[in-house]
Ligand binder design. Structure first.
Ligand code: PLP
Length: 395
C-alpha cells in the first residue's frame, strides 16, 4: 500500500518534467542556464583524483569491508576531532554510497511503521520519501514568516510533536535555504531536545560551506545528546565529489552496527580505490578547498545582492550551502497566475521562455518558492537572474 503512495509521489514530482525539458532544450541548441543542480561546479582536489588513479593501478579493485575499512573510519574519527571537536571511535562510523544511502539505512534502522519524524521546512527532498519508505510518517514543521526561515523553536516543535514522534531531522547549513542554525538557537534547541527522548539526525553535509557563520553540531552544544544523535556527512559537497558517492554517519555503536548490517546486504562497500582517495580528502580537510570556498562565498554575495534587487521577491537569509531560496508568493499572487503557490508553472515558463532551469519550492515542501543553486560562474549568475527579472516583469 505505502509503495503505491511512494510511486504516486515520484510521479507527481517527475510530472514537472523540468529536467527532461531542460535536456531537450539544450539538445535543440538553446542556451539553457542551470541553477538546478545540487552540486558544486568545481572538480575534486587533484591529490584526491591522483590517489584514486594510483590505487586503481595498484589493484584496489575488489570488494572492501562492509561499512568502510578501518583506515577511512579512522580518518573520519580524526576529522570529527579536528573539525568538530567530537570524539568518536571507528566502530561508531559507517561509510556508504553517499550520505543519501547512509541516511536511508539510518531511517530503516531507527523507524517502525507509524512512527513520526519531525522535519522543519524547507527540507531536502529525500528525507520525507525515505521516511515514508520505512512506513513511518514525516511531519513537516512550517517555516516562520518573520524572520523567513526554517523553524527550530521549541514551542513550534512541541506543536507538531505527538506521542508517536521518535526523531527529528536537523539540517544546518540547510538545503534548500542555506540557513545556518545560529549558536544561541542551537543551544535552545539542544535544551529542548534533552527534555525529549527522540533520535536526532543531524545532516551536516554542507558543513564546510558556511559564510560568516560558525558550523556547530547539536552534539557540541548538548553533549548528552550524543547517545541518540546520528551525524550524517559526506564528501559530495565540501570536496565537490558528488559523483564519487562517499557518505558516512557517526552514531552510537548499536545504531552504527545496524546501519552497517544494512550496508552489508545492500551496496556492501565504497569501492576500495575511492576509499583510499577519500582518506586523502578527509585528512586534507577544508584547506584542500580553500580557494573554491572563497569563490563560492563571493558568488553567494553576488547572487544575494542581485536577487534582493528583484521587485517583490523575498529571500530566506542564507549563511551557507550554495542555494538561495526565493519567496515569490507575493509576486505570484499579483501576477497573471493569481496564485501565491504557482511556483511549478512559474518554473516551467522560466525554462520554456527564458531557458533558466531552477527547482520549484514544491520539491522542498514550500510551493511559492524557488531554489537557485549559485554554484556556477559569475556570468551565468548575472545572466540567469536578469532572465528571472525579465519573466517576473512579464507575468
Ligand atoms: C541536505 C542533503 N543531505 C544529503 C545529501 C546527499 O548527498 P550525497 O548522497 O551526495 O552524499 C544532499 C544532496 O543533495 C543534501 O542536499
Amino acid at each position: 500500500m505505502f509503495f503505491l503512495e511512494i510511486i504516486k509521489i515520484l510521479i507527481i514530482y517527475n510530472s514537472v518534467g523540468l529536467n527532461a525539458l531542460a535536456k531537450q532544450l539544450r539538445a535543440e541548441g538553446k542556451d539553457v542556464l542551470s541553477f538546478a543542480l545540487g552540486e558544486p561546479d568545481f572538480s575534486a582536489p587533484a591529490v584526491v583524483v591522483n590517489q584514486a588513479i594510483e590505487s586503481l593501478r595498484a589493484g584496489r579493485q575488489k570488494y572492501g569491508p562492509a561499512g568502510g575499512g578501518l583506515e577511512i573510519r579512522q580518518a573520519i574519527c580524526a576529522k570529527l576531532q579536528r573539525d568538530n571537536n567530537l570524539e568518536y571511535a571507528p566502530e561508531q562510523i559507517v561509510c556508504g554510497i553517499g550520505a543519501k544511502e547512509i541516511l536511508f539505512h539510518v531511517f530503516l534502522s531507527m523507524l517502525n511503521p507509524g512512527d513520526e519524524v519531525l522535519i522543519p521546512a524547507p527540507y531536502w527532498v529525500s528525507y520525507g520519501d525515505q521516511i515514508k519508505a520505512c512506513g513511518a510518517k514525516p511531519v513537516i514543521v512550517p517555516f516562520t514568516e518573520d524572520p523567513l526561515q526554517p523553524c527550530y523553536r521549541a514551542e513550534m516543535l512541541e506543536k507538531y510533536a505527538t506521542e508517536r514522534t521518535v526523531a527529528i531531522v536537523l539540517c544546518s547549513p540547510n538545503n534548500p535555504a542555506g540557513m545556518v542554525i545560529d549558536p544561541q538557537e542551537m543551544v535552545a534547541l539542544g535544551e529542548f531536545l534533552l527534555r525529549k527522548d527522540w533520535w536526532v539526525i543531524s545532516d551536516e553535509i554542507y558543513e564546510y560551506m558556511t559564510f560568516g557563520a560558525e558550523h556547530l553540531s547539536i552534539v557540541n552544544v548538548a553533549p548528552q545528546l550524543k547517545s541518540r544523535t546520528v551525524i550524517i556527512n559526506g564528501l559530495s559537497k565540501g570536496f565537490a565529489m558528488t559523483g564519487w558517492r562517499v557518505g558516512y554517519c557517526a552514531a552510537p555503536q548499536q545504531m552504527a552496527s545496524y546501519v552497517k548490517t544494512l550496508q552489508s546486504h545492500s551496496s556492501t562497500c565504497i569501492p576500495p580505490f575511492i576509499e583510499d582517495a577519500a582518506v586523502i580528502a578527509l585528512n586534507g580537510g577544508k584547506d584542500l578547498m580553500a580557494d573554491q570556498l572563497l569563490l563560492l562565498e563571493e558568488r553567494s554575495k553576488l547572487a544575494l545582492q542581485l536577487v534582493r534587487e528583484l521587485h517583490g521577491v523575498h529571500v530566506m537569509e542564507p549563511k551557507g550551502a550554495f542555494y538561495l531560496f526565493l519567496d515569490l508568493r507575493d509576486r505570484l499572487q499579483s501576477s497573471s497566475f493569481a496564485d501565491r503557490l504557482a511556483s511549478m508553472p512559474f518554473c516551467e515558463r522560466l525554462l520554456k521562455e527564458e531557458y533558466v532551469a531552477a527547482v520549484p519550492g514544491d520539491a522542498f515542501g514550500c510551493p511559492g518558492f524557488l531554489r537557485l543553486s549559485y554554484a556556477t560562474d559569475e556570468d551565468t549568475i548575472r545572466a540567469g537572474i536578469q532572465r528571472i527579472a525579465r519573466l517576473l516583469d512579464r507575468i
